[in-house]
Design a protein around this ligand. Structure first.
Ligand code: GLU
Length: 465
């Protein structure tokens, strides 16, 4: 894996020295959190010009305060499997920053979850949520629990054991978790049911709820649809569009499935998808109904796709290129990384450029390594960083919170129109901010600075805490 944090020489820019001194301090005080340093460096390294133009951030120690979560809850989750065996997992909720609103962000259940992974996700969430323009702070949680192969009853018992601790830390105006990898409608149902039972309150303390019990129409689709809307915005600004273009998508979960669905609706041709066991390339376009049956209904490995479409190409994980991922090695116009962090290396980025890709819109959180991002930025292609491109999910969660607060449910047209509007606003905010610093195409810098400004100013205006 490309390592995020290497020793650095001091720069000529005193503002970047301040940033890097903060990052070095972070590595000493919170050792062994590679993903978190990577996310922190991505944001902080963009801030040089902003810190130069505005010195009051240093006086208020904004950078130092931003990298330190307001509160972290680490807890034991003990639960019983179907055979009566007890298991123990680590549970987390990191309440990173509440300057803009209640902590908001998903829960991830995956065996590779660590404090570092949850902190990177929580840190990203602060800026993503700020970019939506909505009143939500940043947080994230989860557990190193592997839901694969577990029965419904086991999933329910795990969710209940998790909520037995989490419920005392969340609430509709305090902290509002949602789904992420390994946490979908089924898990949110079990979590919400147990929250209600423990607290006796029927309130929007979670989002991504079922439609009959407080959920919002369009929430399931929102991250994937939003990611495609973001790509459309980037391409329209370049007088291009997705229509008729071949697209690469990684992943086979909720984000990937709805990215593929929206791409078809806009006349594009998504030809790939992947899971943790392998990659499918179907040059006529991915069979979306089949993908849903395999992954959503039956929860099976992607190789099953070949039983219906033997002519598609399947690459097992063992045959992936040594410097990256098979899914990024096909000719296409646009690419949508929708699986997980660091799934796209600099080798993949070079291959994408060589194969004609001119647009990347990130549906997953931090899917590209820092070296890969640099390849995209140097090439000047349309690059939509995750905290901007995948913000449609959390934005629609906030619309769910609005509906819950008003004891109402909006029609799908209203939710989708708001989502489209929000994604366009995010794009405009990122490109206008990047343009202020003379780099209109650098949406990564634009997203980081625009998100930072909103949070930093709210922190300063609200006084020291
Ligand atoms: N897990 C999603 C994200 O990464 C959604 C969070 C939410 O809806 O609160 O943004």
């Amino acid at each position: 894996m490309e390592t995020p944090a290497e020793p650095r020489a001091h720069s000529a820019d005193p503002n970047l020295d301040y940033v890097y001194a903060t990052l070095d301090g972070l590595q000493r005080s919170s050792p062994a959190q590679a993903e978190f340093y990577q996310a922190a460096e991505d944001v902080l390294a963009s801030l040089g010009p902003e810190l130069e133009s505005d010195t009051h951030y240093a006086k208020h120690a904004i950078i130092e305060r931003l990298v330190e979560p307001e509160r972290q809850v680490f807890f034991r989750v003990a639960w019983m499997d179907d055979k009566g065996q007890v298991h123990v997992n680590k549970g987390y909720r990191v309440q990173f920053n509440s300057a803009l609103g209640p902590y908001k962000g998903g829960l991830r259940f995956h065996p590779n979850v660590t404090a570092s992974v949850i902190k990177f996700l929580g840190f990203e969430q602060i800026f993503k949520n700020a970019l939506t323009g909505l009143p939500i702070g940043g947080g994230k949680g989860g557990a190193n629990f592997n839901p694969k192969g577990r029965s419904d009853a086991e999933i329910m018992r795990f969710c209940q054991a998790f909520m037995a601790e989490l419920h005392r830390h969340i609430g509709a105006t305090v902290d509002v978790p949602a789904g992420d990898i390994g946490v979908g409608a089924r898990e949110i149902g079990y979590l919400f049911g147990y929250y209600r039972r423990l607290t006796g309150r029927y309130e929007g303390a979670l989002t991504g709820k079922g439609l009959a019990w407080g959920g919002s129409l369009g929430r399931v689709e929102a991250t994937g649809y939003g990611c495609v809307y973001f790509a459309e915005n980037m391409l329209n600004a370049r007088h291009e569009s997705l229509e008729g273009n071949t697209c690469l998508v990684s992943g086979a979960g909720n984000v990937a499935i709805h990215t593929i669905e929206k791409l078809y609706q806009l006349g594009a041709i998504p030809v790939t998808c992947s899971d943790s066991t392998g990659t499918i390339h179907d040059h006529r376009g991915v069979d979306l109904d089949l993908l849903r049956t395999i992954k959503e209904r039956d929860r099976l490995p992607l190789s099953r796709y070949l039983e219906t479409h033997p002519e598609a190409e399947y690459t097992p994980l063992s045959d992936y290129p040594t410097d990256g991922h098979a899914v990024w090695r096909y000719p296409a116009r646009a690419a949508f990384p929708c699986a997980t962090q660091n799934e796209l290396t600099s080798g993949d980025a070079e291959a994408l450029l060589a194969n004609g890709v001119t647009c990347i819109s990130e549906g997953a959180n931090m899917p590209s390594t820092r070296a890969a991002v640099e390849v995209f930025l140097d090439a000047g292609i349309a690059y939509g960083p995750a905290k901007a491109a995948n913000a449609g999910g959390v934005a629609t969660s906030q619309l769910e919170m609005q509906q819950n607060a008003g004891l109402t449910q909006w029609p799908i047209d209203k939710v989708d129109a708001r989502l489209r509007e929000i994604m366009t606003d995010i794009f405009n905010r990122c490109s206008a901010t990047a343009a202020e610093f003379g780099e209109p195409n650098n949406l990564s810098m634009g997203a980081n600075i625009a998100g930072f400004r909103r949070v930093a100013n709210a922190m300063i205006e609200q006084g020291l805490y």
